[in-house]
Ligand binder design. Structure first.
Ligand code: SF4
Length: 384
């Protein structure tokens, strides 16, 4: 017998079944879902449906109330550190893809360079970081990431990773090094779209990626962050599958916190046009509906969104934001001074919120919220 995994649940919740529930949704079902404290998947579908759009204001008010109830008026801050922009996979939407045709410089930080980046971010007050690489395990192996985590731990209280999917033993090694969280987006749960946008490389293995966060949870990683790239496929299906995945992870990895991100795909290499553009109104509907479905889960928003949009979304369910980000290796110090006369270092995507950490902090305060630099006690992990 095949071992039970999230793919069994995914098979049960086919696109046909979900579409059928969307078709049956009416205003009464939306109002019923809005009234409930604990929502079923059918309730979530009602809130994600076009029928819920006239009730966005009510959804926003409830999302605001629930978020304040569970998190207070706080926004946690973090920053990404790109360790490398080399990648052996070919994802059509990504500048790091092996065949994106970008001629900018590809680099992997040395230990000394990583320390310079850590010091530069430390000086801005950042205490929570996310280490990222492309999907190139032969050039950027697990041992390199493991050493990078140990170095970063000398400077920051919380270190998470967003790298390629790996075996459970490797996640265990990284947990032992002090990795607090693993972020890994499925990008899209729609198998056909997944095959079309992931042309080659390790990432093409859909099932291996689908089960990666569960392996990380089993290996002792404390925070598991999942998400889809909004714009790749029909978001009304992908968000339902994401919600099912998050609930599944909560159940299977009950010692971990499951958090969600809502990245909208905007800037892509010229060979790929975003096929399902998600409007701001739809993004608000997604975040508020998910907040009602998962009232206590941390929600992240990156600098892919503009300053204006991020300010607007603060009271609607977001609990964590990146700030002062660079999406290129060495972007805080080592290659910061790259001029047009030098070959610039390749960035993964253009960021829309260019504000400094101080400016983001002041915008959060202006909204009546408190910035949080570290949202857990690292000593707690050591004592486990
Ligand atoms: S999305 Fe990740 S795996 Fe795909 S090309 Fe970009 S860096 Fe590589």
């Amino acid at each position: 017998m095949e071992p039970f995994s999230f793919s069994n649940i995914l098979n049960k919740w086919s696109s046909e079944l979900i579409q059928e529930i969307y078709q049956r949704t009416d205003e009464d079902k939306v109002l019923h879902a809005l009234d409930k404290d604990t929502l079923s998947i059918e309730d979530l579908i009602a809130l994600l449906s076009p029928k819920a759009q006239p009730f966005l204001e009510k959804m926003a008010q409830k999302a605001n109330r629930l978020t304040r109830w569970h998190f207070g008026r706080t926004i946690s801050l973090y920053a990404p550190i790109y360790l490398s922009n080399l990648c052996a996979s070919d994802c059509v939407y990504c500048y790091f893809a092996s065949h994106s045709g970008i001629r900018e410089k590809r680099v992997t930080l040395t230990e000394e360079q990583l320390r310079s980046e850590c010091i530069a971010l430390n000086e801005k007050g950042i205490q929570t970081i996310l280490l990222l690489t492309g999907d190139a395990p032969k050039i950027v192996p697990v041992d390199y990431i493991s050493q990078a985590v140990r170095i970063a731990k000398e400077y920051f209280k919380s270190v998470s990773i967003e790298v390629y999917s790996m075996d459970e033993e490797h996640y265990a090694q990284l947990a032992k090094d002090g990795t607090e969280g693993v972020t890994l987006y499925m990008e899209t749960y729609d198998k056909d779209t997944y095959d079309k946008v992931h042309l080659s490389g390790k990432k093409k293995d859909y099932l291996y990626r689908l089960d990666a966060l569960e392996r990380a949870g089993r290996a002792g990683i404390r925070r598991l962050t999942c998400g889809v790239l909004l714009g790749l496929s029909d978001w009304r299906l992908d968000i339902v599958w994401l919600a099912l995945h998050a609930k599944y992870l909560e159940k299977m990895c009950w010692q971990s916190v499951v958090s969600l991100s809502f990245p909208r795909l905007k800037h892509t290499p010229s060979r790929f046009k975003v096929p399902h553009i998600v409007s701001l109104q739809e993004l608000v509907q997604i975040i508020t509906a998910m907040r009602l479905f998962m009232p206590y889960s941390p929600f992240n928003l990156s600098t892919r969104e503009s300053a204006e949009v991020r300010n607007h979304l603060i009271p609607l369910g977001i609990t964590s934001m990146s700030a002062g980000s660079s999406t290129r290796p060495g972007g805080y110090k080592v290659y910061q001074g790259t001029t047009p006369t030098q070959r610039p270092v390749l960035e993964q995507f253009e960021i829309d919120d260019q504000r400094t950490v101080e400016e983001v902090v002041s915008a959060i305060k202006d909204k009546g919220y408190d910035p949080v630099w570290i949202d857990f006690d690292p000593g707690f992990i050591k004592s486990l």
